[in-house]
Ligand binder design. Structure first.
Ligand SMILES: Nc1ncnc2c1ncn2[C@@H]1O[C@H](COP(=O)(O)OP(=O)(O)O)[C@@H](O)[C@H]1O
Ligand SMILES: [Mg+2]
Length: 241
């Protein structure tokens, strides 16, 4: 292709993660375009979370390459990685587990802004209110603590925290699996809206076939640490996006 060539947002090549003698991720490769949702699907223990952690460099892979926005991350030092980390943000399964029970919601959302030197007393609080609003929470929730929120509200806070870093990629590890079926659709619709508005790429780990079918542009199947297939869901007109 000539002219406007696009490069993938994320290009994972021959990724390997080992825990001692166990090879949890065994030469896994996939690529994700900006604004795309790639689902990783497969049975429990097949290596989905290990892949997510290795992509995020939260656990350094044992072999392989992770190209993110054109940079190869596995060869970077922790110091070199630091300015890139905000651009790839995790959202984990347990919405309460990722929030400190003692801190108010507004502090949880402000934390990444402060850590990245993007906080000022003049406009920080308004930025936090805007982030809460963006995930469908009234800014008054900022005064509450996690145990005063439902699971779905907590997961929205987790998403707001991720957005505070102004990411290009969200790595979502079973983000709705712990939620009541009645609130799942709301969180999935929020994620779809955010993607449309912000052009985020999603690496979306999920093993609910119905969710994957409606939500993903492409699905990569893992089995015992290896890619066993990939497919494109044919979205029906009734799909929620
Ligand atoms: N920290 C760890 N130490 C040792 N083994 C692990 C660790 N994390 C995961 N495993 C093992 O690696 C394999 C893949 O796990 P995981 O990546 O969590 O799979 P999934 O997310 O698909 O359920 C499993 O056999 C699991 O028991
Ligand atoms: Mg997992």
């Amino acid at each position: 292709m000539t002219g406007t060539s696009t490069r993938p947002l994320l290009d994972v090549r021959d990724l390997v993660v080992r825990y001692g003698a166990l090879t949890a991720v065994d030469h896994v490769s996939f690529a994700l375009e900006p604004g795309e949702t790639l689902a990783l699907d497969g049975p429990s223990g097949c290596g989905k979370s290990s892949t997510a952690l290795a992509v995020l460099q939260l656990r350094r892979p044992d072999a392989g390459e992770v190209h993110f926005e054109g940079r190869e991350l596995t060869t970077l030092t922790d110091r070199e990685l630091r300015p890139l980390r905000p651009r790839m943000q995790p959202v984990f399964q347990d919405p309460y587990g990722s929030l400190s029970p003692r801190h108010r919601i507004r502090d949880a959302v402000a934390e990444p802004l402060k850590a990245q030197g993007r906080w000022s007393t003049a406009d920080g609080p308004a930025k936090v209110a805007e982030l809460l609003d963006r995930v469908g929470l009234d800014p008054s929730y900022g005064e509450r603590r996690p145990d005063e929120l439902s699971g779905g509200q907590c997961q929205r806070v987790g998403i707001a925290r991720a957005l505070a870093s102004d990411p290009r990629l969200l790595v979502l590890d079973e983000p709705v699996s712990a939620l009541d079926p009645s609130v799942r659709a709301g969180v999935l619709n929020l994620l779809a809206d955010l993607q449309d508005d912000l052009g985020l790429g999603y690496l979306f780990i999920c093993h609910d076939r119905d969710v994957v079918r409606h939500f993903a542009d492409r699905v990569v199947e893992l089995r015992e640490g290896r890619v066993s297939g990939s497919w494109r869901p044919r979205r029906s007109a009734a799909a929620p996006r």
